[in-house]
Design a protein around this ligand. Sequence first.
Ligand code: SF4
Ligand code: SF4
Length: 353
Amino acid sequence: MRTPIESGVPDNKQYLHPLMARNYGNWKYHDRPRPGVLHHVAHSGDQIWTVRAGTQRQMDLFTIRKLCDIADTYADGHVRFTIRSNIEYMVSDPTRVEPLIEALTTNGFPVGGTGNSVSAIAHTQGWLHCDIPGTDASGAVKALMDELHEEFIKEEMPNRVHLSTSCCEINCGGQADIAIIVQHTKPPKINHDLVANMCERPTVVARCPVAAIRPAMVNGKPSLEIDESKCMCCGACYPPCPPMQINDPENSKLAIWVGGKNSNARGKPTFMKMVASGLPNNAPRWPEVSAMVKKILTTYKADARSWERMADWIDRIGWPAFFEKCDLPFTKYLIDDWRGSRASLNASTHIRF
Ligand code: SF4
Ligand code: SF4
């Protein structure tokens, strides 16, 4: 039996392409001969080409075998995955690049996702691995990337565009130029028969960020109650106490956020802001979400200057112009009324024109 090693991930050098291991930390420059292909040149004169292809991320065994067969045939078995679930093949012979691209595209894996493209969507675990999703992250990602295929294989955006999804409101997902995030609009419904058996009530009470949950006796049994006037429908109580069901086919919606960025390149990291709320959680293709994301992307592509990320573009034109240009209604649901928002609201008495 294999003994688990509990001391972290293994040393990655043992898995590197031999040419990469040989030139580790000694790269002179890199460029992109075409969308989806990176070319690195080492000080030693060695060169390596990396071909990036999109995957559907959650893959069946047959798809993984197919990807591995392509690696064995065209790239001496060397692959790696990016954080956005793209697969990358490394080859040290330039004549192997074109056949590799051909094999990937004919097998349905688009080559792209580099430079100023819309790269694959960073998406959260969803129903397959997590216990609290309000939607199927993988489904929304697949439906949207099918529509953005052209922007993945070309590099025609003003700057790179990173998209993400989050299938709950509170945990993973991170900052992105455009993010699709679940939005619960009604407080949880409590199944009082199950609370006493399944939940540690003090843990659940402590979990609520706005202190809306109180212990209560219901039908002679210890349970919980929610002050609905305080509840902000965040969904944080559902993970420690599944009988506080907040997912709802009608009232769990999707919202679009824009202007986030993790990197420090050219400007500091930024937090995204919500620009569209209450979109239906409309499986299996989420057409309303795709239409909204495409509308924002098209406007950004047409209006932003070269090298402006989404956040830079919005900073330059201002939020009112963003809503006008993207033809989005500004509603009361978009007002940042969280108590920490005073740092981002214009709270001065000066009138600005
Ligand atoms: S976003 Fe939330 S529901 Fe989705 S995988 Fe992450 S923690 Fe789980
Ligand atoms: S949904 Fe959030 S705000 Fe509402 S009761 Fe649960 S933890 Fe509190």
